[in-house]
Design a protein around this ligand. Structure first.
Ligand SMILES: [Fe+2]
Ligand SMILES: [Fe+2]
Length: 336
């Protein structure tokens, strides 16, 4: 994986420091507290990427460089504070009893509805490229959660993860299915081919997920996010598959989505009723964090949908909120 193109003073400093490989990262640390927007989001994404595959030409030792870990901590603290300020966490509702009703009450913009009915092949290709930032390491951010859970929750999460990782068959691994699907569309199955195209909202979807996984303190949010992600996947996956069929796109990509129609209908039940219930039995005080993670998942997906509609100049169509016909949706205006 190649280091991305910088997007501001922090990523300029950070990426040149990555390449120098020196252990003097104090200039990077000095710039970090002032970074905002794309620059901060990309810096955080790259620092977290050191914990996954790293980058070509960047020393593996930098994963645990104390100064870089400090920069990652500053950026995650800032991201977490913004998310906590922004999302509304339901109070007085039971996560295990009320979760699916709560999901049904949410009515945000929908990229899957748009792909189902109205998107062009070019728009779908653009979406596949930026979605690749997640899907090429699908389920990996959730894997950080495994050693942070007690026995019952851990066993149930591994049941779900085992499925995501192909039930022991590398050809069934979900991120491999994704690679095969996009390659059949002529899109390179490599994150570094697309990261420079990813808008802020896609970066934040990924950095929030990794932050939840990498910090034990946020394990409740990680599980809440997983539950919301799975509970908002099955029906949209069906719409995506039908939209791709409408556009005559390759069967390998359609197969990726049809796999998720059934799989995620099972995963959402596992995430809420088995893993969530087990985690709550271990630690009842964690319930608001489960809701926080779930609310973050839906908020970031709404923002991503609005960002993509804006990028395509789309103001009407299936899944597109009416507010776009009259200007930017209000919730999109305060994106940092
Ligand atoms: Fe999956
Ligand atoms: Fe799933």
């Amino acid at each position: 994986m190649q280091v991305p193109q910088p997007r501001g003073p922090l990523t300029e400093e950070l990426f040149s420091a990555f390449r120098r490989g020196s252990d003097d990262f104090y200039p990077t640390l000095a710039v970090a507290p002032t970074a905002v927007g794309d620059d901060a989001a990309l810096a955080l994404w790259a620092l977290q990427q050191l914990h996954y595959t790293g980058f070509d030409g960047v020393a593996d030792e930098l994963e645990w460089d104390p100064q870089l870990v400090r920069v990652r901590g500053l950026l995650e603290r800032d991201l977490e504070a913004r998310l906590r300020e922004r999302v509304a966490v339901p109070s007085g509702r039971s996560f295990t009893e009320d979760f699916f009703d709560w999901v049904d009450e949410q009515d945000g913009p929908s990229l899957a509805r748009f792909v189902h009915r109205d998107a062009t092949v070019e728009q779908v290709h653009d979406l596949l490229r930026v979605r690749s930032v997640y899907h090429l390491k699908e389920a990996d951010p959730t894997a950080w959660l495994v050693p942070r859970l007690g026995t019952a929750a851990k066993a149930a999460l591994m049941e779900l993860q085992y499925d995501e990782y192909g039930d022991g068959d590398p050809n069934r691994l979900h991120h491999h299915l994704w690679s095969r699907g996009i390659a059949a569309c002529g899109i390179e199955p490599a994150t570094d081919a697309h990261i420079d195209l990813a808008p802020l909202e896609i970066l934040e979807q990924n950095t929030a997920l990794s932050m939840f996984g990498l910090q034990r303190r946020l394990r409740g949010a990680a599980l809440g996010h997983l539950a919301a992600f799975e509970a908002t996947s099955s029906l949209p996956a069906r719409r995506m598959a039908q939209g791709l069929e409408r556009l005559g796109m390759p069967q390998e990509l359609i197969d990726y989505y049809t796999e998720h129609v059934e799989a995620d209908a099972v995963h959402e039940q596992l995430a809420v009723r088995t893993i969530g219930a087990a985690l709550l039995a271990e630690d009842p005080a964690i319930e608001p964090e489960l809701w926080f993670g779930a609310a973050v998942c839906l908020d970031l997906e709404n923002r991503t949908a609005l960002a993509m509609f804006e990028r395509w100049g789309v103001t009407s169509g299936a899944g597109v909120p009416e507010s776009l016909a009259t200007g930017l949706a209000p919730e999109h205006k305060d994106v940092a």
